[in-house]
Write a protein that binds this ligand. Structure first.
Ligand code: NAD
Length: 318
């Protein structure tokens, strides 16, 4: 892949900044469309762009809900590929404000798909989520295990957005891949997520609320997700859905045990499950391994070490 023009929606966010940095380093032209939504501070999102030294001429502060503006931008840019990361994330907030997820995760996706179709974009990658599997503890989840039986408005919106991706890809002949990320963490991770929250509270000596001690997650280090997206762009087969995870489930008590080795006086407050949360997630990566040669490298121990090192030198951003 040499010097392609790629639009990243949501490129000022956590995953977007890391992906943009990698693509820029490889010499691609990266154009970011991001509204700097206030789900978490927009100042921090601006800082993400500074950290990667993003060329601000290629940054468009636009809301994907502005259908005409998005169509005009896409017709002007005419990118080779679009990686659609922009969304309102977070399971807990989606229980409080379900209609916002219909806007930001469904309607916004329709607008960018339509704009891509009209601009003649060849390639479309959609950032979906392991949450579309719903609550299916036990065996590792294969792509075909998703059946629409979701348990949060966030997950239902992602599932619906996936369906719109298939529909518009057919209508406009877009080459489509859907990527289902499993709990991503690392430097600059979103402040509402468990790992950054646990680290921040431990650094401040505050008590951590644990919702469900027997839960488990397939925590995926950011560099592995960026590699997975990159491989999908290079080798993804048309219309395929790929799980991108670590392929390992880490139980909550094990996660806390690893964190305790850095924060021995960590204070824990065990409470019940939150509505919308699933018991466990665990990805089956065979398809991504076979089609893309995807092979996540970072163990939870290494990933947490790097994340804690980052947090210690960026305390004001936590
Ligand atoms: N982080 C994870 O663990 C995880 C797991 C599964 C799926 N995902 C998905 O990956 C994507 C990126 O997640 P993230 O963790 O980097 O989140 P993030 O909130 O850090 O990034 C999302 C970005 O999208 C932008 N945005 C939101 N709505 C927009 C709109 N209407 N128009 C323009 N910009 C808009 C936000 O300003 C933000 O910068 C999301 O689609 C998310 O649902 C993330």
């Amino acid at each position: 892949m040499i010097n392609v023009k790629i639009v990243l929606t949501g490129g000022a966010g956590f995953i977007g900044m890391h992906l943009a940095g990698r693509l820029l380093n490889e010499g691609h032209r990266v154009i970011i469309i991001d509204s700097l939504h206030s789900y978490y501070p927009s100042e921090r999102k601006k800082h993400h762009l500074e950290v990667i030294n993003f060329p601000m001429n290629d940054f468009h502060k636009v809301d994907l809900l502005d259908r005409e503006a998005i169509k005009a931008i896409m017709k002007k840019i005419r990118p080779d590929a679009v990686i659609h990361l922009a969304a309102l994330p977070g399971v807990a907030y989606s229980i409080e404000e379900p209609l916002k997820y219909v806007d930001y995760d469904i309607k916004a996706t329709i607008n960018i798909l339509e704009a891509c179709g009209e601009a003649g974009t060849g390639r479309f990658l959609f950032a979906s989520s392991s949450s579309v599997y719903g609550d299916k503890p036990g065996a590792a989840l294969k792509e075909e295990d998703a059946d629409g039986k979701t348990v949060s408005p966030y997950a239902a919106s992602k599932w619906s957005a996936e369906s719109f991706c298939h529909m518009y890809a057919g209508m406009y002949g877009l080459k489509l891949n859907i990527m289902r990320f499993f709990t991503v963490y690392g430097p600059w991770a979103r402040p509402d997520m468990a790992i950054p929250k646990f680290i921040k509270k431990s650094m401040k000596g505050e008590s951590i609320s644990i919702f469900g001690a027997d839960s488990g997650r397939d925590y995926t280090y950011i560099d592995d997700i960026v590699e997975g997206i990159h491989l999908t762009l290079l080798h993804g087969r048309n219309g395929e859905i790929y799980n991108l995870g670590s392929g390992r489930e880490v139980k909550m008590l094990r996660l806390l045990e690893i964190l305790q080795s850095s924060f021995p006086s960590m204070k824990l407050d065990f409470t019940d499950y939150r509505l919308g949360d699933v018991l466990s997630t665990h990805s089956d990566l065979s398809k991504a391994m076979n089609h893309l040669n995807y092979s996540p490298k970072t163990t939870i121990e290494e990933g947490l070490k790097k994340t804690i090192q980052w947090a210690e030198s960026n305390e004001k951003f936590l």
